[in-house]
Design a protein around this ligand. Structure first.
Ligand code: ADP
Ligand code: MG
Length: 430
């Protein structure tokens, strides 16, 4: 059999609201496809239909040669497993109990476990590196640990097809990479067919073989990244301006945001010239990380601020790509490595010559904690500091509270806090 999944003319509505409209595509055995599209384009609905969580659809869904319309829940669960974005189990399961639940499609009577079940559970716990905490309660784990346990459960289902619905969306970059590496291995080493929804185009491109681009419940593009991901398609589907370049390390294509259309319209007049002339001379340093600085850099740039700098950002981070595209000087660090003393010092040099330092709502881990220290230094040096606090810092803190503490101190010391990028231009001029 060649195709692991065939979706034919799939149409689905929620109470009269059409969400998928004539979707057709097929996925060969052992392929890894990424589903990309803006919020509300129907990605999660598609995943729920393929796993038969949603049922009253028109069209055909064939998994491993079998039309799932005619299969019961257990049959489907032996063909496809799903890793969702969030899981909140109704019971207070321990980790190993939770993983064991993945074996239910094979049970004749509920909860009767075989030696094979135990063996498989042990094995998947090893592979997802959760054995060491297998007796802890699921609900007490960190976000990253929970997600590994959820993946272990999906693997325990022992299915040829694995569906992912933004499985890494709320994890910090290190966990994201770790999980993506795991999916990559499952695909390349074990031959699992993977269909994943991802929120990060670059992660998707780096790990998957094909891209399915959805817009308004329809297939906008389907094929390898080169044929689907281009500036025109991204503008049409995501309504944002990007630059598509090449990742210097992998040779894969790489997407860097240039600016969002809405910000662009706010900050430029018809001829595309800068409206905001008086701010031009201000020297502004933007702390980078995880792409959070990109919308800020592009807004400042398109608003006519020319003396910009960015740091410390890891190589491969889209903030670095944005800096390069815009010709903004930056301080960089090796990919996925903690900030070194020398990078930290260079960053401080930029801060010393700046008038204003901006801290976007980046995530804080031990690796980039010194970026936060640099912001504190900026305040101590008497610089104006503006903090974008769009997401609560508790959600972004992977340092066991260390970052939250310093962050509060920085605010206490007089940093100006704004809650959206839109407030930035005004805050600069105060
Ligand atoms: P995506 O995952 O691409 O963000 P979804 O598949 O979750 O999109 O949703 C597509 C559309 O369907 C959205 O307009 C959303 O509001 C709507 N929708 C999703 N789930 C439901 C539901 N249970 N009931 C009604 N409408 C829903
Ligand atoms: Mg979704």
């Amino acid at each position: 059999m060649k195709d692991a999944l065939i979706v034919e003319n799939l149409t689905f509505s929620y109470d009269g609201l059409r969400v998928l409209n004539g979707v057709s595509f097929s996925v060969e055995d052992g392929n890894f496809i990424s589903v990309l599209g803006p919020n509300g384009s129907g990605k999660s609905t598609l995943i729920k239909l393929i796993s038969k969580v949603l049922k009253s659809y028109k069209g055909k869904i064939i998994v491993k040669g079998r039309d799932i319309k005619h299969l019961n829940e257990k049959d489907v669960a032996r063909l496809v497993a799903v890793v969702p974005q969030y899981t909140t189990p109704g019971f207070d399961f321990s980790v190993d109990e939770f993983v064991m639940m993945g074996r239910y499609p094979y049970w004749k009577r509920f909860g009767i476990q075989s030696r094979k079940d135990l063996k498989i559970v042990e094995d998947v716990m090893e592979r997802t590196r959760i054995t060491s905490f297998c007796h802890r309660k699921f609900n007490e784990l960190s976000g990253g640990e929970k997600q590994r346990v959820v993946i272990a459960q999906a693997l325990a289902q022992d299915t040829p097809v694995l569906l992912l619905d933004e499985p890494t969306a709320h994890l910090d970059i290190n966990f994201q990479i770790e999980l993506m590496d795991l999916f990559y291995r499952l695909n390349t080493v074990e031959g699992k067919t993977i269909i994943g929804v991802f929120h990060d185009i670059n992660l998707a491109v780096q790990y998957s073989k094909k891209i399915l681009l959805l817009r308004d419940g329809k297939v906008f593009g389907f094929g390898d990244a080169k044929s689907v991901i281009n500036r025109d398609n991204i503008r049409k589907v995501f309504n944002s301006e990007v630059c598509v370049g090449k990742n210097p390390f992998t040779g894969n294509l790489y997407v860097s945001p240039i600016f969002t259309t809405s910000l662009y319209n706010n900050s430029r007049d018809e001829e595309g010239k800068s409206k905001n002339k008086q701010g031009k001379k201000l020297k502004i340093h933007v702390i980078g990380g995880g792409g959070a600085a990109s919308p800020i850099l592009t807004l400042l740039y398109s608003s006519g601020y020319e003396k910009l700098s960015c740091g410390v950002v890891n190589i491969l981070d889209s903030d670095l790509e944005t800096s390069k595209v815009l010709g903004i000087p930056y301080v960089s660090e090796a990919p996925f490595s903690p900030i070194s003393f020398s990078s930290q010092n260079q960053n401080l040099e930029f801060i010393k010559i700046s008038d204003i330092v901006i801290l976007p709502d980046i995530e804080f881990g031990h690796g980039n904690f010194s970026n936060l220290v640099a912001v504190k230094e900026a305040l101590d040096l008497g610089k104006k500091v503006i903090i974008l606090d769009a997401r609560s810092v508790e959600e972004r803190d992977y340092t066991q509270g260390k970052a939250v503490k310093l962050y509060s101190k920085i605010i206490e010391k007089g940093a100006r806090v704004i809650s959206s990028v839109k407030e930035l231009l005004e805050a600069l001029e105060e």
